[in-house]
Write a protein that binds this ligand. Structure first.
Ligand code: ACM
Length: 537
C-alpha cells in the first residue's frame, strides 16, 4: 500500500513538470498539478447521442496499445466523459478538455468532441499510438484546455495517379492526418499516368486507364531525351465499394474527402481508354514518363457529357460540398492546331483558347451547381474568366507570380480561396540542402522551418477579402514517391508544421517550442509505424 502511494506521488511529481507536447498546440492551455491514470476498468461515458460515436472510436483507438477493452457507458459518469454542449463561442470545431480526477471533453459538435479525443491521445504517453500492447503506465497530466482552429480548411493533398496507394495505406494516412486535426483530404484520383476510380458507365477507364506498362527510371530532367524505363507494369484502382469504405472511414475521423478529376489536361489515361475524347484521333498510351503531357481532352459537347457522367458517379460516392475539377497545366497546342476546335471556338464566340478552357470549366460549374455542389480548381481556371460560384486553389505561389495575382483578384471578387502555394506547401520538394543525401525528389528545397513560417493570408487583402481564404493544404505529388513509406517520409514532419499553422493564430506560433514538442511527436510516429523524416538536432 505504502509502495503504491509513493509510486503515485512520484508519478504526479514528475508529470507536473513535463509540459504536454501537443501538435497542433491548443489555443489555450493551463497545466494543473497532478495526473490521473487509465486502467483496464476505466469507463468512457457519453452524455448524449452525438457523443457516442466519438466515445466508441476513442475506445477503439486506445485498445491496441493498452490491450484494454474500456467499458462504454451512457451518462456522465466515467474516467473519460464526452458531452455535447451548446457553447457557440467554440465554433464548429472547438472543444474544451479538463483533466483532473477524470477527463471531461465538451464541444458543441461531434467534430469538436473528436478533436478533444485526439488531444487526449496526445496527453497519454507516445506508446498509445502502437497497435500492439505495451507495458506502459497510462498517465494523463492534469490540464485545462480550450481550443478552436484558425482555419476551416486544413488539408493534405494526395496524388494516387502517378503511383497507386493500396486502400489500407490510404486508411492509415487518414488516421495519421486526423490525429493532427486535419479535416480535408484532397484526393487526386486521375492523371496522365493512371486513372484510379471505378466509373461504371466507362469501364475501360480502369480496365485500360489504370495500368501502364512501364515507368521512367530516375529524374525526368536527366531522362527527357533518351528515357530509360523499368519495364515493370504499374497500376491499380479503387472500386466504388473501396471508395465508399474510405469515405466513411474518413468521415468517422472528421475528414472530408474532396475528390479531384483533373480536366481538360492530365487526361491521357482516359484518352488511352477512349481515344474519341482526344484531339488528334491518334491512339495514345497511359503515360509512363513524368512532366506535362500535350495530350488534352477535346472540348466537343460529347466530351463535356462524358465529364458530366463521370462527375455524376463521383458525386454519388463523395458527399463533399466541393468537387475538384483540376484545370491545371492544360496545354492548348492541340486545340490551337485543330481546325475543328478553332471552328468550335468561333461558334461559341470565344476569343482564344484560354476562354475555351474557361468555357469548359463553366460547363462543369453549372453542372455541379445544378447538383447542389461547388466547383474548386487550380488557379489556372481563372485565366479566361472565373465561373461565378467557383473556388480557387492557389498553387503558383509567391507574391508577384501569376497565381498570386489571380488568387488576390479572385478573393477581391468574392471567390473562396484555398492556399496550396508551391512556395511553402509542396511536400514533394527536398527536405535538405544536400539533395544527394535525400531520396530522389522533384527539385527545390522546402525545409521544415520554412513551412512553419508560412501565413496563408495573402498580403494586401482587406479583412473582408481575407475572410475568403478558407485555409491551406500541403501537396503530395507522387512522381518520386512510389511507395507509402516514401509518402510518409515526405509528408512528415512538414505536415505537422502545417497542422499547427492552420490551427493556431499566427501570433501564437513559436518554432522553438514546436521543435521541443516534435521530439515527442516523433516518438508517436515511431509507435504508429509512420516512416517520418527525423528532425536534425
Ligand atoms: C500543380 O502542381 N500542377 C497544381
Amino acid at each position: 500500500m505504502i509502495k503504491h502511494i509513493t509510486l503515485s506521488l512520484l508519478l504526479s511529481a514528475t508529470t507536473a513538470f513535463a509540459a504536454p507536447a501537443l501538435i497542433p498546440q491548443p489555443t489555450e492551455i493551463n497545466q494543473l498539478q497532478g495526473a490521473l491514470e487509465l486502467s483496464s476498468g476505466s469507463t468512457i461515458a457519453y452524455a448524449d447521442a452525438d457523443a457516442k460515436p466519438v466515445a466508441e472510436l476513442l475506445a477503439q483507438q486506445l485498445r491496441g496499445a493498452t490491450g484494454y477493452t474500456l467499458p462504454l457507458n451512457a451518462g456522465s459518469t466515467g474516467r473519460i466523459v464526452f458531452k455535447t454542449s451548446a457553447d457557440s463561442t467554440l465554433g464548429a470545431e472547438g472543444y474544451e478538455l479538463t483533466s483532473k480526477d477524470s477527463v471531461t471533453i465538451t464541444a458543441p459538435t461531434t467534430a469538436g468532441l473528436f478533436y478533444g479525443a485526439q488531444t487526449l491521445r496526445q496527453l497519454l504517453p507516445p506508446e498509445i499510438y502502437s497497435s500492439e500492447p505495451t507495458s506502459t503506465t497510462w498517465t494523463i497530466p492534469a490540464v485545462d484546455i480550450r481550443d478552436t482552429p484558425r482555419f476551416a480548411w486544413r488539408g493534405l493533398h494526395l496524388d494516387v495517379g502517378r503511383h497507386f496507394m493500396p486502400k489500407e495505406d490510404v486508411l492509415k494516412f487518414i488516421d495519421t492526418m486526423s490525429s493532427l486535426k486535419f479535416n480535408t483530404l484532397h484526393w487526386h484520383l486521375t492523371e496522365d499516368q493512371g486513372w484510379r476510380i471505378e466509373i461504371k458507365k466507362y469501364p475501360k477507364l480502369t480496365e485500360i486507364g489504370a495500368w501502364r506498362d512501364s515507368t521512367v527510371i530516375g529524374h525526368i530532367r536527366d531522362n527527357r531525351k533518351k528515357p530509360n524505363y523499368d519495364g515493370v507494369p504499374h497500376g491499380g484502382f479503387y472500386t466504388q465499394d473501396d471508395i465508399r469504405e474510405i469515405v466513411a472511414y474518413a468521415a468517422d475521423r472528421q475528414i472530408t474527402i474532396v475528390p479531384e478529376i483533373d480536366m481538360p489536361g492530365h487526361m491521357q489515361a482516359a484518352i488511352a481508354a477512349y481515344p474519341e475524347l482526344g484531339c488528334t484521333g491518334e491512339p495514345v498510351e497511359v503515360r509512363k514518363i513524368w512532366g506535362i503531357s500535350q495530350t488534352i481532352l477535346n472540348p466537343e459537347d460529347s466530351t463535356v457529357q462524358f465529364c458530366k457522367d463521370v462527375l455524376t458517379e463521383v458525386m454519388e460516392l463523395f458527399p463533399s460540398e466541393f468537387i475538384h475539377i483540376g484545370g491545371d497545366e492544360a496545354k492548348k497546342n492541340q486545340w490551337e492546331s485543330s481546325p475543328r476546335i478553332q471552328e468550335l471556338r468561333e461558334q461559341r464566340g470565344l476569343k482564344d483558347m484560354h476562354e475555351m478552357q474557361s468555357w469548359f470549366i463553366k460547363q462543369m460549374d453549372d453542372f455541379l451547381v445544378e447538383n447542389g455542389r461547388r466547383l474548386i480548381g487550380w488557379d489556372e481556371i481563372a485565366e479566361g474568366g472565373l465561373a461565378q460560384n467557383a473556388a480557387v486553389m492557389w498553387w503558383r505561389g509567391k507574391a508577384g507570380r501569376a497565381g498570386a495575382a489571380i488568387a488576390k483578384k479572385a478573393a477581391q471578387d468574392g471567390h473562396d480561396i484555398v492556399i496550396a502555394s508551391n512556395s511553402h506547401l509542396y511536400f514533394d520538394y527536398y527536405q535538405a540542402k544536400d539533395k544527394k543525401a535525400e531520396p530522389l525528389a522533384i527539385g527545390n528545397y522546402l525545409p521544415l522551418d520554412k513551412v512553419y513560417s508560412f501565413d496563408p493570408i495573402i498580403e494586401g487583402l482587406t479583412e473582408a477579402e481575407a475572410e475568403r481564404i478558407l485555409g491551406a493544404q500541403g501537396q503530395l505529388w507522387r512522381e518520386y514517391m512510389p511507395t507509402t513509406e516514401s509518402v510518409e517520409y515526405m509528408a512528415f514532419p512538414r505536415a505537422c508544421a502545417l497542422a499547427e499553422l492552420v490551427w493556431l493564430p499566427e501570433e501564437q506560433k513559436n518554432y522553438t517550442h514546436f521543435l521541443e514538442r516534435m521530439a515527442v511527436q516523433q516518438a508517436r510516429f515511431d509507435a504508429a509505424g509512420v516512416n517520418y523524416r527525423k528532425i536534425e538536432q
